[in-house]
Design a protein around this ligand. Structure first.
Ligand SMILES: CC(C)(COP(=O)(O)OP(=O)(O)OC[C@H]1O[C@@H](n2cnc3c(N)ncnc32)[C@H](O)[C@@H]1OP(=O)(O)O)[C@@H](O)C(=O)NCCC(=O)NCCSC(=O)/C=C/CCCCCCCCCCCCC(=O)O
Length: 719
């Protein structure tokens, strides 16, 4: 919808009205078309201003409409009509002008922006390109290099930067609509020909062909299989090399390919999934909208290893006062130096002062007595964590929230050590904690909605995408990682190499394959857990068959490497070899290949040819199967939670939507059928046995992912 008023006698003011972001829905487009006609037909009106209600110009096309039948006036002719108008049209940009919103503004003859406004063409993040003329007008207005930057990254720019680019004509600190109206009055008689961007020549540097080649190479390298960034480069190349009308035709062709691609659907699903995880719920019925968080002013971090340091930096950068505790003097000094360095580098990048004064360091746990919330980040050892929680419970004020950064230990056992178990939750950060976007907020059986709401809000304030999940071994992310890692090891036993498995996973879109990732994180981390669990057996005289544990197939390959001191990058040897300890360049290791041959011979395993399909299906479907179990158990409230965790925490390629969305894309019946096939071949691997929920969903006709919650509810009510 849009509203029309005549202001100052001669200016027709069109206000977009479609909360929350004035997206260009069919009704809004119809409103603009009708009201433009009205403004052009009223003789008293000499110029037009387009603005948005509630201080927001426009968030772009209505993404919800993309999935269905498009109706209403199309965007491209609407924008052409504005540009062709005989009266000057001024865009008054407050808040945001994004995507189709900015394309609308580019169709106007002038653009006035508030100094706090942000503009951009983020279509690439939704698997699209600026397909309403944006890919053709922007390079004509600001030049090819700047347009390529904005269109291929989708980044938002400030009004000041937009002014520098020549993307807006003026910025103001005052009421933007009033300023635009006055501006519109001033330019009412000015000729318009030069203001129609589509008629401009495209500003190209002399070495434009080289530029396109370089950008294309960079985009291909970083896209990890996403097609939209490549199409964006192709569209801008069309602007640079073809007349406007032909460029528009190329834009249309490219957009049609993207629009109907699975990638655009996945990215648009993911856009809404990111927002859906904020609307958390617990099996008790507690929800985001009925649970009020308590404000946190002062926080503490206990344990200043890698994770504790990153968490301290994240809190301080967001403006929280932090008490950072490390009991060992030497470690405390090292941590202080490291944290200061991280803060200084971060501040330099962002052009602000480093938040060094936000942190008080101490060696004594007594120093956290007055904080509102503590995040424990000591070594991943239950006995140690229990002791810390007992101490915290004795030292802190009774209302203090006690949180653990454990990556998978039982939150309930920690809660039981405290006076107020309802104030205990997990806050599982991902390394490096000041960089990675994901935070798993873990509620145990005793955690109160107040504690969950407070941790979720704290996560938001420090810039994390927070997902509330239930308490189980490994929570969501690491629980699903287990079958994935397990399959990768089994594939090595059966004949694959680490390089081949990694290549397949990286071609799928993971930033790193499973073995390169293990080398990076350190093989010893999982080994210590397996030793504590009694799975890794350092002593062969223990009497257990080597490839069977607790009645299931088990691969000791990782344990054997650790016994040789091969912990990955840090020791210069792991699944790969490195030039020196700490180096990041992984090279195939002939030693490892011989080791695998000997291992297979020792266990009478005959290597067979493993193909691309088998690697992908076994690694991914076993992980997805665990995802369905997690949904069945109520550990995650919906598939969106799992998908957001995997994209932000485990580098799952975003253009594939997340593991659960991917399963829906492949077809649940196919996932089920392949799991049955592999389970039949490997009956001693329970993670390949299709779970009940997956079977139930297939039996219900494989409903679309948006309907899974209904089936999950039914399955859970029958438990
Ligand atoms: C920065 C934001 C705008 C606001 O952020 P914030 O304040 O943090 O709030 P949020 O929580 O993110 O959002 C609040 C709610 O608003 C919803 N929202 C936001 N933006 C949109 C939108 N654009 N559409 C719908 N809904 C939106 C959001 O979901 C929240 O609601 P809820 O909590 O989920 O209920 C931030 O929101 C943001 O960044 N938004 C996205 C901005 C964006 O990406 N815009 C670009 C959209 S794409 C676009 O504009 C494309 C334009 C070109 C279209 C060309 C059409 C031509 C079609 C040709 C088709 C060819 C097909 C041929 C086929 C054939 O030939 O057959």
């Amino acid at each position: 919808m849009a509203q029309y008023t005549r202001v100052s006698g001669s200016v027709g003011l069109i206000t977009l009205q479609s909360p929350p972001v004035n997206a260009l829905s069919a009704a809004v487009r119809q409103g603009i078309v009708d009201l433009m006609q009205r403004a052009l037909s009223e003789p008293e009106v000499k110029s037009v201003v387009i603005c948005g209600q509630n201080g927001i110009f426009c968030g772009g096309a209505d993404i919800k409409e993309f999935g269905g039948q498009m109706s209403g006036p199309p965007l491209i002719p609407m924008i052409h009509a504005i540009e062709a108008a005989s009266k000057p049209v001024v865009a008054a940009i407050e808040g945001i002008a994004l995507g189709g919103g900015l394309e609308l503004a580019l169709g106007c003859h002038y653009r006035i922006a508030h100094s706090k406004a942000r503009v951009g063409l983020p279509e690439v993040t939704l698997g699209l390109l600026p397909g309403a003329g944006g890919s053709q007008r922007l390079p004509r207005l600001i030049g090819v290099p700047a347009a390529l930057d904005l269109i291929t990254t989708g980044r938002h720019v400030t009004a000041a930067e937009a002014l520098k680019f020549g993307l807006v004509d003026q910025i103001t600190d005052h009421n933007t609509v009033n300023v635009a109206v006055k501006f519109a009055q001033r330019v009412a008689d000015q000729p318009l020909d030069a203001r129609r961007i589509s008629t401009h020549p495209c500003l190209c540097p002399s070495d434009v062909a080289v530029l396109f080649e370089e950008v294309m190479q960079r985009v291909r390298r970083t896209a990890r299989g996403a097609i939209a960034p490549i199409a964006c480069v192709q569209a801008v190349r069309a602007a640079a090399t073809l007349p406007y009308n032909q460029g528009m035709e190329r834009e249309r062709e490219l957009m049609a390919t993207l629009f109907t691609s699975g990638q655009a659907r996945a990215l648009q699903y993911f856009f809404f999934a990111q927002r859906a995880v904020g609307r958390w719920s617990m099996p008790s019925g507690a929800r985001w909208d009925t649970s009020k968080p308590r404000p946190v002013h002062k926080a503490a971090v206990i344990g200043l290893g890698t994770m504790g340091r990153g968490i301290t930096v994240a809190l301080a950068q967001a403006g929280f006062s932090v008490v950072a505790v490390e009991t060992q003097e030497k470690q405390l000094m090292e941590a202080k130096q490291a944290i200061s360095g991280m803060l200084e580098r971060g501040a330099k990048r962002r052009g602000v002062a480093p938040a060094l004064d936000k942190i008080n360091y101490g060696r004594n746990i007594q120093s956290v007595a007055d904080v509102d919330l503590v995040i424990e980040a000591v070594f991943e050892d239950m006995a140690l964590k229990k002791k810390v929680f007992q101490q915290l419970s004795a030292v802190c004020k009774p209302s203090t929230f006690l949180c653990s950064n454990t990556s998978g230990l039982d939150i309930d056992q920690l809660a039981c050590q405290t006076r107020n178990p309802e104030l205990v939750v997990g806050m599982h950060f991902f390394a490096p904690a000041h960089v990675m976007k994901l935070l798993e907020v873990v509620y145990g059986p005793k955690s109160s909605p107040l504690a969950v709401a407070t941790a979720m809000q704290l996560g938001k304030k420090i810039g994390k995408v927070s997902v509330a999940v239930g308490n189980c071994r490994g929570f969501v992310g690491n629980r699903m990682l287990k079958p994935y890692l397990e399959q990768a090891l089994f594939l090595l036993e059966e004949g694959a190499t680490p390089e081949f498995v990694d290549q397949v996973l990286e071609e799928f879109g993971f930033a790193m394959g499973v073995f390169r990732m293990s080398d990076l994180s350190g093989l010893d981390v999982g080994w210590k857990v397996r030793l504590a669990d009694g799975l890794a057996m350092p002593d062969p005289t223990m009497g257990q068959p080597t490839r069977l544990r607790q009645g299931r197939r088990y691969s000791p390959l990782g344990d054997l490497l650790c016994e040789q001191g091969r912990f990955g990058q840090k020791t210069g040897r792991g699944w790969y070899q490195y030039d020196k300890p700490g180096s990041q360049v992984a090279k195939p290791d002939p030693w490892l290949h011989s080791f695998l041959d000997e291992y297979r011979a020792r266990h009478a395993l005959v290597a067979h040819r493993i193909d691309h399909q088998e690697v992908l299906e076994r690694c991914l479907y076993s992980m997805i199967n665990e995802g369905f179990r997690i949904l069945e158990d109520g550990i995650a409230a919906g598939p969106e939670d799992i998908d957001v965790i995997y994209v932000f925490g485990y580098s799952w390629p975003r253009h594939r939507g997340g593991p659960m969305f991917y399963a829906a894309t492949v077809g649940l019946n196919k996932v089920l059928e392949r799991l049955e096939h592999y389970y039949q071949a490997h009956p001693d691997v329970p993670s390949l046995q299709p779970c009940h929920l997956l079977r139930k969903l297939v039996a219900s006709g494989s409903p679309p992912i948006q309907k899974w919650r209904e089936v999950i509810k039914k399955v859970r009510s029958q438990l």
